[in-house]
Design a protein around this ligand. Structure first.
Ligand code: NAP
Ligand code: MG
Length: 401
C-alpha cells in the first residue's frame, strides 16, 4: 500500500514521561505505516529543555508560526520536586505558557464523545468546546491586605504625567484590595481566535461576561467582540449558517446545562479556568479531552488536555504494563494532520485523520478500552487492555474498516 505523501512538515513537539512513551507507540503503530510523515522535530522533554536553557521551546513556537501547524506531547511544568529529580539549572516556565505567549493564542478544549461513556448531564449529545482567554484579570492582579481605616483609589498616570483617579472604597476597618487589568490587543486576539475557530469547525459561538455589573471592564470585552463581529465576521457567519450569541455569564451557565451541546463557549480567563474543569468532568473523563491552541493569525497547535500521567510512568519504569489512555494524544495527531491536509489541499490526509478517529471510537464502542474508561462505561463486560494492546486493537479496527 502506498503511503500518503505530505508537502509541508508538521512541527512535532515531543514531551515527557508516560505520554512520551505513548507518543512513540502511536507514531510507530498508527501513523508511520500509513503516512509518509514529514515533521520538524523539537524535543520538549524536560532534559533537553534544561540542556538548551529552554531555547528549544521558543524555537518550536517560532517554527509553528512559520509552518502553521504543530502537534505537542504533554510536558512537565517543573516544580521544586522536579528541580531535584531532573537536576535542573532553573525552574523553567511551563512550555504551554511560553508557546501561548509567542503565538498569542486561545486554547480550545473539546471532549471526544463515544457511546458508553455518558455525560453526567443527560441532555448533552454533542461536544461543548470551551475557549478560555489566557491573559490577565485575576491571574495578573495586584493585591493588598488593608490593615485598617483609609482610602483606596485607582490611579492611572498617563505618559504625560496626567492622573486619573477613581475612588474604590473608604475603608472604616481592615479589608482586602485587588487591581486587575486586561489589554485591548489581547481581547481582540481572543475574539478573532474564537470567531475563526467557530468558522473553522462550523459551530455557533457563545460569549458571556458580567457586563451589567462591570460596566467598563466586562463591557469592554462585550463591545470588542461585537465590533469585530459586525465588521469582520457577520457575513462569513451567515454564509456558514452559524451564529454569534452574547449573554450574561449566569444566563450562559443555565443555558449550557439545558443545551444539547455542539457549540463553542468563549470564557474570560477565570470563567474558562473553572468552567473547563466542570465541563470536562461532566463529559466523563480528562483522558478524552482534546486541546488546540489557535492564534489570531491562524496557527494551530494540537495536544491532549491531560498531563504526562506521572504515576503510570513510574509503573512503566518498573517494567509493569500500564493502561494509560492514548486517545487524546492520538486525536492531537489526527487534528494536526487533518489541518495540514486542509491547508495543503491533501484530501487523503484529511480522510486518514477521519478514519483513524473513527477507528478509535469504534474500538471503544466495540467494548475494548483502557482501564480509566472501563470503570465508568455503561457497556457490559468491557475488555480492559494495556496501552500497547489498545493501540494495536485500534490498528486492527482501522485496517478492517
Ligand atoms: P495528569 O498527568 O493529567 O494525570 C493526573 C491523573 O489523571 C493520572 O494520575 C491518572 O489517574 C489520570 N489520567 C490523566 N490522563 C490519563 C490518561 N491518558 N489515561 C489514564 N489516566 C489518565 O496530571 P498531573 O499528574 O497533575 O501532572 C503530571 C505532569 O503533567 C506534571 O508534571 C504537570 O506539570 C504536567 N502537565 C502537563 C500538561 C500539558 O503539557 N498540557 C497539562 C497538565 C499537566 P490515575 O493515576 O488515578 O490512573
Ligand atoms: Mg483549573
Amino acid at each position: 500500500m502506498e503511503k500518503i505523501k505530505m508537502t509541508t512538515p508538521l512541527v512535532e513537539m515531543d514531551g515527557d514521561e508516560m505520554t512520551r512513551i505513548l507518543w512513540k507507540w502511536i507514531k510507530d503503530e498508527l501513523i508511520l505505516p500509513f503516512v509518509d510523515l514529514k515533521t520538524e522535530y523539537y524535543d520538549l522533554g524536560l532534559e533537553y529543555r534544561n540542556r538548551t536553557d529552554d531555547k528549544v521551546t521558543v524555537e518550536s513556537a517560532e517554527a509553528t508560526k512559520k509552518y502553521g501547524v504543530a502537534v505537542k506531547c504533554a510536558t512537565i511544568t517543573p516544580n521544586a520536586a522536579r528541580m531535584t529529580e531532573y537536576d535542573l539549572k532553573e525552574m523553567w516556565k511551563s512550555p504551554n505558557g511560553t508557546i501561548r505567549a509567542i503565538l498569542d493564542g486561545t486554547v480550545f478544549r473539546a471532549p471526544i464523545i463515544v457511546k458508553g461513556i455518558e455525560p453526567y448531564v443527560k441532555n448533552w449529545k454533542k461536544p461543548i468546546t470551551i475557549a478560555r482567554h489566557a491573559y490577565g484579570d485575576v491571574y495578573k492582579a495586584a493585591e493588598m491586605k488593608i490593615p485598617g481605616a483609609g482610602k483606596a483609589e485607582l490611579v492611572f498616570t498617563g505618559e504625560d504625567g496626567t492622573e486619573t483617579r477613581e475612588l474604590i472604597h473608604e475603608f472604616k476597618g481592615a479589608g482586602v484590595l485587588q487591581g486587575q487589568h486586561n489589554l485591548e490587543s489581547s481581547i481582540k486576539s481572543f475574539a478573532r481566535s474564537c470567531f475563526n475557530f467557530a468558522l473553522d469547525t462550523k459551530q455557533d459561538l457563545w460569549f458571556a461576561t458580567k457586563d451589567t455589573i462591570s460596566k467598563k471592564y466586562d463591557h469592554t470585552f462585550k463591545d470588542i467582540f461585537k465590533e469585530i463581529y459586525d465588521k469582520e465576521y457577520d457575513e462569513k457567519f451567515k454564509a456558514a449558517g452559524i451564529e454569534y450569541f452574547y449573554t450574561l455569564i449566569d444566563d450562559a451557565v443555565a443555558r449550557v446545562i439545558r443545551s444539547e451541546g455542539g457549540y463553542i463557549w468563549a470564557c474570560k480567563n477565570y470563567d474558562g479556568d473553572v468552567m473547563s474543569d466542570m465541563v470536562a468532568t461532566a463529559f466523563g473523563s480528562l483522558s478524552m479531552m482534546t486541546s488546540v491552541l489557535v492564534s489570531p493569525e491562524g496557527n494551530y497547535e494540537y495536544e491532549a488536555a491531560h498531563g504526562t500521567v506521572q504515576r503510570h510512568y513510574y509503573k512503566h519504569l518498573k517494567g509493569e504494563k500500564t493502561s494509560t489512555n492514548p486517545i487524546a494524544t492520538i486525536f492531537a495527531w489526527t487534528g494536526a494532520l487533518r489541518k495540514r491536509g486542509e491547508l495543503d489541499g491533501i484530501k487523503e490526509l484529511c480522510e486518514f485523520a477521519d478514519k483513524l478517529e473513527a477507528a478509535c471510537i469504534k474500538t471503544i464502542e466495540d467494548g475494548r478500552m483502557t482501564n480509566d474508561l472501563a470503570i465508568i462505561t455503561t457497556a457490559q463486560n468491557p475488555t480492559v487492555l494495556n496501552s500497547e494492546d489498545f493501540i494495536k486493537a485500534i490498528r486492527n479496527t482501522y485496517e478492517s474498516m
